[in-house]
Design a protein around this ligand. Sequence first.
Ligand SMILES: *[C@@H]1O[C@H](CO)[C@@H](O)[C@H](O)[C@H]1NC(C)=O
Ligand SMILES: *[C@@H]1O[C@H](CO)[C@@H](O)[C@H](O)[C@H]1NC(C)=O
Ligand SMILES: *[C@@H]1O[C@H](CO)[C@@H](O)[C@H](O)[C@H]1NC(C)=O
Length: 373
Amino acid sequence: MTSTHKSWIRHFHVCLIQPLRGLTSDMGRFHYLLGTVLLFICSFLWVGSSLRREPEPSRISLAYGSCPCADDREKVTAPEPTSAVQLPDPTPEVTPPTPAPSSYLPVINSHDNVQSAFPLKLWQKAGSKGIGPDRSNDIQSWLKKNPYLRHEILTDGSADQYVRENFADFPEIRDLYLSLPVPILKADLLRQLILYNDGGIWSDLDVTCHHPIDIWIPEEYRDKTNVVVGLEFDGSQFASWTVMTKPRTSHSVAVVKYVVEKLQASAAEHNITTAELNMTMISDVVDVTGPQAMTVALLQNLEKEMEMPIGRANITHIMQPTLLQDVLVLPNAAFASLQAGHPEDRGPYLVEHHYAGSWKNTQGGEGLGLDSA
Ligand SMILES: *[C@@H]1O[C@H](CO)[C@@H](O)[C@H](O)[C@H]1NC(C)=O
Ligand SMILES: *[C@@H]1O[C@H](CO)[C@@H](O)[C@H](O)[C@H]1NC(C)=O
Ligand SMILES: *[C@@H]1O[C@H](CO)[C@@H](O)[C@H](O)[C@H]1NC(C)=O
């Protein structure tokens, strides 16, 4: 009991009980005692109720809560951040990743978490010869159609540094990437590492953008999509020249894992390290890092997550955007209209791929590898 309460009790005795004693001098002793006991009970109840009220003066501000005007509501809610209550941290970066038992790289944007927006950033990579006038026009097409798009073109050196910095905690992946001696293998793996780590849009340099990114996803799929892929002209394989993802999806993890394992397996098959993989083996390797690898890995992962059979049949020759869980598959008109003969019955031509990757053309062109399916 605080000294305030003791002094109040003294106050009761002095102001009420002592005068009562005088008044009741000719009444029976029993009545006097009864009155005193009742007064004590009353004073204890009063002290008790004031004890409950007194330590919480902030509750008084609750009176504002009954006022419907917005200004007063703000006065009530404003002091809340200063309270000791632990607020959830608003930055998603600090959210602990959800480690799956088979966790390879941590996942943040899983199929039951589709709230975040696609990063509006375009990632590209320049070859050792730099960027010619045709490629400059292609780059401008992206920036003109999407004025708010951030843009980064990596070089061989800055791509190595990107992987060193962002995959420092995953030395197996980092060291494999840095060890690869063949540029096309690095380029294939690099796009998957960026799409995993940062998300946004990967596009090869020989791609023209014809429509702003905001129309790529139909309205009904806006809140459901974490990954956007388009079919190649053959209508049954995902193009890898242009891909849009959110960061750290389970699908990107699956693709990175698939590519890394296939590279390691290819090296093991030839009794060499990944640092010794060379052009002689590229005919084997292109299928394990390129669009074929991405298609197989994505479909396998969807089948696993959706717990139902998912395969080429679910994507082949689709006529409109098709959502498989959180992966939106666009018909071949979207990314491969040129090669598909400009079909008019399956939506807009979003981007155009020029197949300018010179060494791929000497190898038959990436889009011609149909027999590998
Ligand atoms: C790889 O090495 C193992 C033993 O070290 C050998 O048995 C096998 O034949 C080799 N394979 C190739 C393709 O050289
Ligand atoms: C690639 O490596 C294999 C095995 O080490 C070797 O036989 C071949 O000559 C190499 N090819 C090139 C182009 O370096
Ligand atoms: C995919 O196709 C299979 C048949 O090949 C079918 O059983 C399954 O329901 C399809 N899945 C979706 C999501 O359409």
